[in-house]
Design a binder for this molecule. Sequence first.
Ligand code: URA
Ligand code: SF4
Length: 192
Amino acid sequence: MIEDAAITSQILDDIAAEVRMCTLCPLAKARTKAVPGEGAAGARIMFIGEGPGEQEDRQGRPFVGPAGQFLEQLLRRVGLEREEVFITNIVKCRPPGNREPMPDEVAACKPYLDGQIAAIWPSVICLLGKPATMTVLGIGEPMGKIHGQIVERDGVKYVPLYHPAAALHQASLAPVLLADITRLKPLLTSQS
Ligand code: URA
Ligand code: SF4
């Protein structure tokens, strides 16, 4: 097990190093720092967002701005620490003005995300918002319809969730997001 974790860490470090030097799509030009993602190599749960925002671009770390602080609070409420999950995005460089990433940017960046998922191979993958859900599952239905529903593929449970930024802007979504995350906790303990 220790060796597995060491190999996973090495793969994740290699991916992160590639991301930091990457110029495969136009987002490379405007970025301050690329944001590969971070967390435990042995994480049983992974969170995938849309793309770095202003704070993330400045610090080179995912979900460190307001949406990230809110996500951390939600995790704590269900007894999870940020350090024990893995957090990343579908694109690793900030789209200017926080616009949605373009299809060609998502496609260029996807191998990094696929590599991270394959290396960690968690039990549960949370897809934060519509772009992450569309990119990973190819499901483009409204979040209002699919949030919290488990989609099992190759033994991994994928769960579309409202993006924490959406729940910050629309307060009524916050309890829904919390309830969805709360229901994930038993899925983790039963498999590990
Ligand atoms: N929103 C995202 O989708 N990702 C981040 O890393 C921060 C905010
Ligand atoms: Fe490379 Fe992804 Fe950044 Fe585009 S967004 S430059 S593909 S790391």
